[in-house]
Every structure is written in C-alpha cells, then in structure tokens.
Write a protein that binds this ligand. Structure first.
Ligand code: OGA
Ligand code: NI
Length: 369
C-alpha cells in the first residue's frame, strides 16, 4: 500500500487518503510507549503511519542472501607492532575505500562490556513503562532521552524501532543523570569507546598516508553521541523498516549489534548483510570523513529491515568533528589533478542540512561545481 503517492508534483498526504496521519502519530507519541508499546498491546497489523512505500522497502528479488560479497573482517590484534600494523592499516584503507564498512575483531573492548551494554539497552526498554516514560523526550538539548523516531512528527513514515540516546557534546555525563538500568554499562562502555577512538584515529590517519596524529590534531573524530536502538519483533516485516536507507552524518560510527542480525550495507548496487560476529564491532565511514578525505574514504548507505524475530538491539557510537573546526577536504590531498570536491562547512551546517534531507545523502549539497 502506498500512502503518499505523487499526483503530478503534489504530494498527497495521509489525510487525503482517508486517514488523519497527524492524529494517529500524535496519539502514538502521547502513549510514550514506543513501538514496543504497540507490540505489548497486541497489534497484529503495522499501523499506517509506520508503513513505507514499496520503493523504500527491501526488494525480495534483490535479497542479500543472493550475493557473494562479504563485508571485510579486520583483526587488529598486534597493531602496536610495526609489521602487523602495516598489514592492518592496508586492510583498513582498502575497506574504507571500497566498502566504507568493516567489522573489527580483537579491538580491546572486553566482551563483558559489550554484552552488558546490549543487556542494559534491553533492560531499559523492558522496564515498567512508568519508569521509562520519565525519559521520553524530543528535546535536542536534553543529553539523555528515550523516544521512538526522533523525526516522528515531521517524517513521511516512521520506523519500527525505539531508541535511547546519550549526548556527550556538552561534556561527560553525570552518572546520576543516567537511567539506573544503564548507568554502569554506559559509563564503562563509553570509556572503551574513547580508547578505541584513539586507536582508530591513528590507524585511519596512516591509512590515508598522513602522519599518525593527523586526525587527532584536526579534532575531527570525537566520540560524541551514543544511540542505542531497540527493534521489537514485527508482525508484518514486509511493510515497514527498522532503519531506512541512510548514510551517517558523522565522521565515523562504531556499532555494536547483537546476534540477531539485520544490518545491511549497499555495495556495488547489492544489499549485503553485515552478519553478527560475537565480539566484533562494525565500523563505518560517515559523510564527514568522506568530505574531509575528498571522496577517498566512502560513506556508504545502510539500512535495517524489520524482522519477525526480536527484539534486536544495537548501540551506535558516533564520532564527530569539533564544532569549532572548519571542515573541508584535507589540503595534503589536493593538487591540480585532485581538486577539492567539497566546499568548507561546519558540523552544525551539515547536521541541519542532513536533517532536512531525512537520511538521504546530504553531501551533494556541499559539492563545488
Ligand atoms: C544508525 C544505524 C544500524 C543498526 O543508528 O545510524 O545505522 O544496526 N544503526 O541499528
Ligand atoms: Ni547508520
């Protein structure tokens, strides 16, 4: 069913198709119970405001099961030793240039911290509703919040997931400002993200042929936003999506996914599964690293279909540039034969433009003609 079909150039809104979309969305938002609340109340049909048009839904003919591609898995054990390091850096360079994605193993983040993190996200979402709704908010200035679909009130269709986010933009979070269910796990896991981001900054700098401290010096990869998703089991997974196709508006994303699977990445026009590997972290290049590297490293589109099996849990750590820094293609890369592709911008300008594009690539807006 297509809810927002185009007639001429005019977008037909839900209410013209026989239902008051704004009203349904508002009622859903006011429950503060998220998609999980729908499932708990026993829905067997996906409500209309969560149904995506057919062109956005996975095409069964192009199922990832039919492709032979495999997302690279990179073992970074021994990266401090110079001969291992050269190999690792080379693998990271190739993966970042061709896939924009890789899975990383032996990265030093303890398995227990990863498992506890996933459990805590589940516990947060599965605690009594009265406790959880205290955190329900869409206020961007609120550093810790729980919500279903940040852009629920403005987007054409909502996705089958709830989220809790932790914003470290304003500095470290006060422990007591974290929900009890995830207080310890988040602070422990975040310490590891800070450590791992230092390693990744070095390895990516070298993969770009730059000095080891280059990316750290330009302050373009700071762990800043932690977004934890809860994808409930869906009764009609062919009608909606867990996360629709998008690229990340970060420099780099470090994603922890549980063992259910579902993340898919677009590679050479094929959707390829990123299979769960216990202990692995998924790393992907974001739009801003593509901009800074003048398209050497690629920010690649990915999505999560809705699934009959759930809940699926994931936790994404977004590394972002400092708001004080101008962002533009790295001067060392530029020459007459490699002119800048993008104009300079700031994270705030980029983020504003990204939001207005609803997940579609915002990079083209910053291209020099
Ligand atoms: C994201 C994202 C994937 C996942 O939050 O940007 O792509 O597996 N998440 O939840
Ligand atoms: Ni993403």
């Amino acid at each position: 069913m297509d809810l927002t079909s185009s007639v001429g150039n005019k977008l037909v809104q839900g209410d013209e198709l026989g239902y008051d979309r704004a009203k349904e969305v508002k009622e859903f938002d006011e429950t503060k119970a998220g998609v999980k609340g729908l499932v708990d109340s026993g829905v067997t049909k996906v409500p209309r405001f969560l149904i995506h048009p057919p062109e956005s839904l996975p095409n069964p003919m192009l199922s990832p099961a039919t492709t032979h591609f495999q997302v690279p898995v990179i073992d970074i054990q021994g990266f401090e030793q110079s001969c291992r390091r050269m190999e690792i850096v080379d693998q990271i360079r190739k993966a970042s240039e061709t896939w924009g994605f890789f899975q990383m193993i032996n990265h030093g983040v303890p398995l227990s911290a990863m498992d506890k993190m996933l459990e805590a996200v589940q516990q947060f979402h599965e605690q009594p509703k009265e406790e959880k709704i205290k955190w329900y908010s869409r206020d961007l200035k609120q550093p810790v919040k729980y919500y279903s679909n940040m852009n629920l009130l403005v987007s054409k269709e909502a996705s089958w997931r709830d989220s809790i986010s932790f914003d470290f933009k304003y500095g470290p979070l006060n422990l007591v400002a974290l929900p009890l269910a995830c207080r310890e796990s988040v602070s422990e896991y975040w310490k590891h993200m800070i450590e791992l981001s230092k390693t990744l900054k070095e390895l990516l700098s070298e993969a770009l042929g730059l000095s080891t401290d280059y990316l750290a010096n330009i302050e373009c990869m700071k762990p800043e936003l932690f977004l934890c998703h809860y994808y409930p089991a869906c009764p009609e997974p062919d009608l909606t999506l867990g996360t629709k196709k998008h690229s990340d508006p970060s420099s780099l994303t470090i994603l922890l996914q549980d063992n259910i699977g579902g993340l898919q990445v677009l590679h050479q026009d094929n959707w390829v599964n990123v299979p769960p590997v216990h202990g692995a972290l998924v790393v992907n290049i974001g739009d801003l690293l593509q901009l800074i590297t003048n398209d050497k490293f690629r920010s690649v589109e990915h999505r999560v279909p809705a699934g009959r099996i759930g809940p699926r849990i994931s936790a994404a750590c977004f590394l972002n540039p400092s708001p004080a820094r101008k962002l533009g293609p790295i001067k060392e890369f530029l020459s007459d034969s490699n002119p800048p592709i993008y104009r300079e911008t700031h994270i705030s300008e980029y983020a504003a433009h990204y939001t207005s594009k609803e997940g579609n690539s915002a990079l083209s807006h910053f291209k020099l003609l």
